[in-house]
Ligand binder design. Structure first.
Ligand SMILES: [Fe+2]
Ligand SMILES: [Fe+2]
Length: 283
């Protein structure tokens, strides 16, 4: 089990971030831009769902981990939100998506599901999404070679978030074990997580691409399209394997051997008050 450290960072940068900051490809960039819009409210949902069940946590060590988990997620949300200003300066309308996302996902769906299945359902969805984000974190470190080739303004921020997702990957799971350890609850949570994450990521992506092509007149090359198809195929097949691991009845997040990636990252990058910088090369 990882120790969970709360790090106060600030990735706000004055420098220009190119519109195609992810590998120079507008399709992959807008796919991840969509996640930038989804994460802050998603992280508030994680915090709500864990806080709703804090009373079930009796173990003092787990209580401490819950507090650190909440603090980390608050900082993640606020750092992703800072990038919203950059997206707006780049001329994108983000409000249309955010309004749709908040109204449908939280003001309606969350309320309906809480009434239908109880608040433990939100916790089970959080457990599933925490597994998916920790898996995505491992994917960017290993498959994507620490996001090599990504514009530096965002690279360190995304890697810092990824490393902390690995650090706190088992907290929500351990809280759900105290509330409702049933396999059915965990599985329903994963179905909800896959459907909502895929749906809202795609809606955000299509809204960004509509603006990119129709409003900004950006020409998308065939090689960019092909590269994007390969990237998404690789991502989906990697996530499918991680979901299969989650389906095992005796699954626990600490069984996934990726803790060393977070340790590696924080050895390689020093957290300073204002920024993260490379302090040494780790082979
Ligand atoms: Fe997070
Ligand atoms: Fe998380």
């Amino acid at each position: 089990m990882n120790s969970i450290k709360v790090r106060h960072v600030d990735f706000a940068k004055e420098e220009e971030t190119p519109r195609n900051w992810l590998w120079g490809n507008y399709l992959t960039t807008n796919f991840v831009n969509s996640l930038h819009l989804i994460f802050p409210d998603g992280e508030k949902y994680f915090i709500r769902s864990v806080k709703n069940h804090e009373e079930f946590v009796k173990d003092p060590e787990l209580k401490k981990r819950v507090k650190s988990f909440i603090a980390q997620e608050v900082i993640h949300g606020s750092e992703h939100k800072k990038f919203w200003n950059t997206l707006q300066k780049q001329g994108y309308d983000i409000d249309t998506f955010l309004k749709f996302y908040n109204e449908s996902c939280y003001e309606n769906l969350e309320v309906w599901m809480n009434n239908f299945r109880g608040t433990k359902h939100g916790l089970a969805v959080t457990v599933a999404l925490e597994h998916l984000t920790a898996s995505l974190a491992e994917y960017v470190f290993v498959n994507k070679k620490e996001l090599e080739g990504t514009h530096e303004n965002l690279r360190t921020m995304l890697l810092w978030h990824a490393a902390e997702e690995i650090e706190h990957k088992s907290v929500a799971f351990d809280v759900l074990k105290e509330v409702d350890p049933s396999y059915k609850t965990r599985m329903i949570g994963m179905i909800h997580a896959i459907c909502t994450l895929s749906f809202f990521t795609l809606v955000g992506f299509f809204l960004f691409m509509k603006q990119e092509i129709l409003d900004k007149g950006t020409k998308i090359s065939l090689s960019e399209i092909w590269e994007f198809i390969l990237q998404v195929t690789e991502l989906v097949s990697s996530m499918a394997k991680e979901i299969a691991i989650f389906l095992k009845p005796d699954f626990h997040p600490d069984q996934v051997p990726n803790d060393h990636l977070a340790v590696y990252f924080f050895q390689k990058y020093k957290v300073e008050k204002e920024k993260l910088e490379v302090i040494q090369n780790v082979a």
